[in-house]
Write a protein that binds this ligand. Sequence first.
Ligand SMILES: C[S@@+](CC[C@H](N)C(=O)[O-])C[C@H]1O[C@@H](n2cnc3c(N)ncnc32)[C@H](O)[C@@H]1O
Length: 266
Amino acid sequence: MSDFDDLLTYIESETSFASSYYEESYLDRRISARMRRTDVQNYGEYRALLRDSTSERAELLDTLSVNVTSFFRDEKVWTALKDVLRELDAGSRSLDIWSAACADGREPYSLAMLALDSGLSSRSVDILGTDIDENALDRARQGVYMSSRTTDLDEQLSFLDSPDQFVKSNGDQISIGQSASDLVSFKRHDLITGDAKDGFDLVLCRNVCIYLDTEYKRPILETVSRSLRTGGYLVLGQTETLPPDIKDRFEAVDPRLRIYRLTESE
Ligand SMILES: C[S@@+](CC[C@H](N)C(=O)[O-])C[C@H]1O[C@@H](n2cnc3c(N)ncnc32)[C@H](O)[C@@H]1O
């Protein structure tokens, strides 16, 4: 076994990170970045550092999990989602929405704010946020976010005319207000090994497949597709695609924005 494989086996068994799901080149880039930061010369030395340092294990997990997200990420998608929500709201039922791989919750909270801002009727909107990463879900449940040198929350929230209705600001920090957080709940779910869900009107599964080994993309896309009711909408990340046989089950509502509508169940 090469030192790199040995390191990956160590990471898989000693941390909660499922390294086998990810493309090797992606893992190598991220691990090498940590090695440069910690001034370590080879994979064997880095494995030893991980064994001895809890803080480096935490740093590596953070680097590998790519929880990168933002409020209203890819604004054009959110403009189109307004119409999707209105169209779904015209039906007679409550709306069930799933933000699959929701990272620290900004995507499901964006959905909640958009639903409220679009004046969806008072019928209930239930938004489920799931992720494989418990730490990200803990942050999501807290619903508290900080602006930083690289993250301008005011700018992200400026997608809405009056975001202050939905968040409380305190210096660089914002917290999600009750009206939006009441619509959202969080749960751990692994999109590769976890069961499909049932009857969702809208599923967002964005920017998770891009990091994964090809063989894991299909089970994820099957899981999210099978979780929709007929007529329900699926939204992928801007660089993600459906394999042809799954795509056949969908009408492309806006192919450029990766918005699809399920026309037939499997
Ligand atoms: C880049 S974030 C995407 C967040 C959000 N959907 C967005 O587009 O801004 C990718 C998320 O996928 C999660 N993830 C990775 N593998 C997963 C799996 N097998 N099941 C569920 N979530 C997973 C990671 O923990 C991370 O939070």
